[in-house]
Design a binder for this molecule. Structure first.
Ligand code: SIN
Ligand code: FE2
Length: 217
């Protein structure tokens, strides 16, 4: 590998100590594959467009969502779950692109989680004002596998809490190309995203996107 591959990658903006064990922020980690990542992203969202799902309690989510991979995360009035079929189209979710798989595995490994093979990628789209309330990712079968989360487009403030909803949160600024990983003792940490601020990103316009990789099944 040559140094030029990394010349655009910024210095870490947060210390490991602040984030805690089992949690890593890899600033700019996705920038090395940015072009392939964007092409693959566009192909996926063309086949499985964003939609606003409804929570079991009947609320429309402010974040638009879609999926790729063998399993997709969905919510409706009957609950949160993974399903191999897109309920909007009746078709299987688009396959996980190779560049997604490799990026997720490489990021997990960099964070200390070897051999991560995700079977689900939830893709979130945030418009200004859209947010994700504090929650745990716990619809997956195996909590031994980490979560890998890739930020694209507009910047956002990610919130990392503890294992209890009432634990204090750390604010993590995330920009295009940043990747965060949490697993092991951190796997069930509460997390969320503050309401998106308006802006214009050169590639993704007025939106923030997030790819969340999981081993769900
Ligand atoms: C999630 O928690 O599923 C997504 C987090 C994010 O958009 O950064
Ligand atoms: Fe989550």
């Amino acid at each position: 590998m040559t140094a030029s591959l990394f010349e655009n990658i910024p210095e870490p903006r947060l210390s490991k100590e602040l984030l805690g064990p089992g949690t890593a922020i890899l600033n700019g980690f996705a920038l090395g594959v940015e072009g392939d990542l964007i092409a693959a992203f566009n192909a996926v969202v063309e086949r499985a467009p964003f939609r606003h799902m409804v929570t079991p309690g009947g609320f429309r989510m402010s974040v638009g969502m879609t999926n790729c991979g063998a399993l997709g995360w969905i919510t409706d009035r009957t609950g949160y779950r993974y399903d191999g079929v897109d309920p909007e189209s009746g078709l299987r979710w688009p396959a996980m692109p190779g560049v997604f798989l490799k990026l997720a595995a490489d990021a997990a490994e960099e964070a200390g989680f070897a051999s991560f093979v995700p079977d689900a990628c939830l893709i979130n789209r945030y418009e200004p004002g859209a947010k994700l309330s504090l929650h745990q990712d716990k619809n997956e079968r195996d909590f031994d596998q980490p979560i890998v989360s890739v930020s694209l487009g507009l910047p956002a403030t990610f919130l990392f809490g503890g294992l209890e909803r009432s634990d204090k949160t750390v604010r993590v600024p995330l920009v295009h190309g940043d990747v965060i990983v949490w697993g092991g003792v951190a796997r069930l940490r509460y997390h969320g995203v503050n309401p998106l601020k308006e802006g214009v990103h050169p590639v993704f316009g007025g939106y923030r996107y997030n790819l969340t990789f999981r081993k769900a099944g």
